[in-house]
Ligand binder design. Structure first.
Ligand code: 5GP
Ligand code: MN
Length: 328
């Protein structure tokens, strides 16, 4: 047992949070951890910087999700657990408030360098496919059996971060856990349906439009697309998940990096990077102040969309040059 386990045992009121626009791994891991802590007799609130995306609404059947509202006080807590990221600056304004509240911060994360974040105690493994896999390990270490809600949470984490078992991080632990979760009652096809087959009627047109903005650069090794605020506004109103754009771009022969830039409403640009092959997009994202994994990383740039597209193309060109081959 480590300091992390001791903290979980010792404290009483837990506030679970994560990065802005929490994804399936983040909310799945929070779901599972909330049930583990409840089984240990703790008080738990999940309090995120942004509301739960509609696609994850099925989690609400057994788990409560709250989110930051500037006018409302923070939920009472003795300790903060940060899941699927390790820095309060990724938690937006809620992160600033949590820092000011001054309670201990514990981190559960699987990103490169997450042991050097804001956590005073950490439960991290950069080799783990998903944060939810780490929470599954915690259940074992505390000797608590998974209930169905927690099993669904862990399953959501695994499928979110492995692209439904397609990516190279889908290792033996992932498949072993998935088998065990399905045996425990998780209905995989129902979850797939809830995640991907409840799309707005505009979603196909939005996907086509976004793909239409993509261009191939660096001698066909980079696919890059920029989505402006007008597009992001329409996508937001249709609950369209722009991650759907990444995989068709990554599927083309010769592509080594995909870059998707989204203009933010507060100015700035969010960039998502995906790699195929040897390029390390985590290093590219880190150079922009972001991070992630070798094959999936992101950053927020304080640039206009046009300047962001140029800067990212340049950085990717430099990385591709370093791995050898032509970029023009
Ligand atoms: P996505 O492109 O889906 O937002 O993120 C891809 C991966 O990079 C995820 O694991 C995500 O947590 C990480 N990531 C995305 N944006 C940032 C960022 O601004 N900073 C850091 N450190 N990691 C990020
Ligand atoms: Mn994750």
């Amino acid at each position: 047992m480590t300091q992390f386990h001791d903290l979980l045992r010792a404290e009483r009121r837990f506030l679970l949070t994560g990065h802005e626009h929490p994804d399936g791994d983040c909310v799945g891991a929070q779901t599972a951890l909330s049930h583990l802590l409840q089984a240990l007799g703790k008080e738990v609130v999940i309090h995120n910087p942004d509301p739960l995306a509609k696609a994850y609404g099925f989690l609400r059947q057994h788990t409560r999700f709250g989110h930051h509202q500037a006018a409302e006080p923070l939920p009472a807590h003795d300790v903060v657990v940060l899941l699927d990221c390790s820095q309060l600056r990724r938690v937006g304004q809620l992160g600033d408030r949590l820092r000011a509240a001054g309670k201990p911060i514990a981190v559960i994360d699987h990103h490169v360098g997450s042991d050097r974040g804001d956590g005073q105690v950490c439960y991290v493994d950069a080799k783990a496919a998903a944060t939810g896999a780490l929470v599954r390990r915690l259940f074992r270490e505390f000797g608590v059996p998974l209930n169905l809600a927690a099993a669904e949470g862990v399953f959501l984490s695994l499928v979110s971060d492995t692209g439904w078992f397609r990516y190279s991080n889908a290792d033996a632990e992932v498949f072993t856990m998935a088998a065990e979760l399905v045996a425990a009652g998780v209905d995989a096809s129902k979850i797939y349906d809830q995640l991907y087959r409840q799309n707005h009627p505009d979603s196909a047109a939005l996907l086509a439009e976004a793909l239409g903005h993509a261009s191939l650069r660096c001698a066909g090794r980079l696919a890059i697309a920029g989505l402006d605020k007008d597009y992001m506004d329409r996508a937001g109103r249709a609950d369209f998940d722009t991650d759907a754009v990444l995989e068709p771009l990554r599927s083309m022969v010769g592509i080594e990096v995909v870059a998707l830039l989204k203009e933010r409403f507060d100015g700035g640009v969010k960039v998502s990077l995906r790699a195929r092959g040897d390029v390390d997009v985590q290093r590219i994202a880190a150079a922009f102040g972001g991070g992630g994994h070798q094959k999936a990383a992101g950053a927020t740039l304080k640039l206009t969309l046009a300047d962001g597209l140029r800067a990212v193309e340049q950085a990717v060109a430099a990385a591709l040059t370093a791995t050898g081959g032509q970029v023009s």
